[in-house]
Design a protein around this ligand. Structure first.
Ligand code: NZQ
Ligand code: ZN
Length: 387
């Protein structure tokens, strides 16, 4: 295991009816900007619940943050926060609203062009406004991490930044908030979390027993829960376990001191930026092919994955690894998430376009070994072309 710092100051307020608890963690005299997405927060009543919990504080609202939040939209929130001298932000939504709020929090005090927060991936962030979150979609882990992904459609760019200044101060995790989610978003959440774990686990062994067992437990939990989650019944225990799994999939613990891949995400972000495919669906296209392409360097961990996650113990090494990848693909497909480019009406031309964008964004040495060059990315996508 490598040396590591592990620090996560986000307070989790977990359970039903916890929105009211935000009152304890926001200063009584705060000027609060509540940020949300389209209409779901209002339609489901969560926005009203939040406003009630904020009581007599001065509250401003900023709605309209898109899925895959857009730079220009977020800059309007920055302007509003500055002009109204807001001093606390509250995100109500899924990963897009929370990521957008992190960007707004960092951009408010930022001197210089805020787009550089993304092009420099956050190393230039020196301060951020405090914020909390009310999570309505379990998937990204953004409620308990320092990552944010912002899209600039004019540039066909979807870029990530991270900064220890954008840890949420608190996050409300109320599993009943997931009851209004459509099947598509629930399935996306399962796959996004699965791939977050895979990106931190399917690399090479470093003797990190806690991180490995934790990752395997989270993967098995997702596999067990998935059918119950997508069938759409409002089963509190299933949703509570699901929500907690997605948070732990990307709150830093399983990634501490171990090599990490993230090439699936970087290639996936280009697919979303170019073709507007849901984040999780891009991951389902890329991951199985990436595992096949990188089978040699990931072999030991893939065998461990086959045995400990999928209970595959028979056959030679190659057969067990292939079976584990086939099961992973079948798992995604069982959630109605297609795993090939052709399923999204994309062909060879899309592969070249993605590779060009990866080069433009400096994504030329990806993966835990920095060996995923544009040529390797091209081969990965070619494997994903058709079933
Ligand atoms: O916009 P509204 O009307 O609110 O509807 C949203 C949106 O259309 C809807 N929704 C959310 N909660 C709901 C609901 N509908 C009914 N009931 C509810 N309770 O769901 C739709 C999708 O929401 P979005 O926030 O876009 O989804 P998700 O949480 O999957 O976030 C995706 C974004 O997060 C980034 C992705 O790249 C993408 O931009 N990621 C962030 C990460 C991080 N910060 O660590 C890591 C991830 O890998 C990912 O890259
Ligand atoms: Zn993701």
């Amino acid at each position: 295991m490598n040396n590591f710092d592990f620090y996560n100051p986000t307070r989790i307020l977990f359970g039903e009816n916890r929105v009211a608890s935000i009152d304890e963690y926001i200063p009584g005299d705060a000027r609060v900007l509540v940020l949300y997405g389209g209409e779901s927060a209002r339609r489901t009543g969560t926005l009203d619940e939040v406003k009630q919990a904020l009581g007599k504080r001065t509250v401003f609202e900023f709605g309209g943050i898109e899925p895959n939040p857009q730079f220009d939209t977020l800059m309007k929130a920055v302007e509003l926060a500055r002009s109204e001298q807001v001093d606390f932000l509250l995100a109500v939504g899924g990963g897009s609203v929370i990521d957008g709020t992190k960007f707004v929090a960092a951009a408010i005090p930022f001197e210089g062009d805020p787009w550089t927060i993304l092009t420099e991936h956050g190393v230039n962030v020196r301060a951020a406004m405090p914020f909390g979150t009310v999570l309505t979609l379990p998937a990204t882990g953004s409620e308990m991490n320092i990552n944010s992904v912002v899209t600039n459609p004019k540039l066909h760019a979807k870029l990530a930044f991270k900064s220890p200044y954008v840890f949420p101060q608190f996050s409300v995790l109320d599993p009943t908030k997931t009851y209004t989610l459509p099947q598509r978003q629930l399935a996306n959440g399962v796959v996004d979390a699965f791939v977050h774990i895979a990106e931190q686990y399917l690399t090479y062994p470093t003797g990190a027993m806690v991180q490995d067992r934790f990752a395997e437990g989270l993967l098995r939990t997702l596999i067990d829960l998935a059918p119950k989650i997508v069938e759409g019944k409002n089963d509190y225990d299933a949703r509570a376990n699901f929500m907690w799994t997605t948070t732990w999939a990307l709150n830093g613990l399983i990634g501490a001191g171990v090599p990490q891949d993230w090439a699936t995400h970087m290639i996936g972000h280009e697919l979303t930026a170019l073709y507007d495919i849901d984040h999780a669906r891009t991951l389902a296209i890329v991951l199985p092919s990436l595992l096949r392409e990188r089978r040699d360097v990931k072999g030991e961990k893939l065998l461990q994955f086959a045995e400990r996650v999928w209970d595959i113990t028979e056959g030679d090494d190659d057969a067990r690894i292939e079976e584990a990848i086939v099961k992973t693909e079948a798992f995604f497909e069982s959630l109605d998430i297609s795993t090939h480019l052709s399923d999204y009406e994309l062909g060879e031309e899309a592969i070249e376009a993605v590779v060009k964008q990866l080069e433009a964004h400096g994504m030329i040495a990806l993966g835990e070994q920095q060996e995923i060059t544009p040529d390797v990315s091209r081969r990965i996508l070619q494997r994903s072309l058709k079933a």
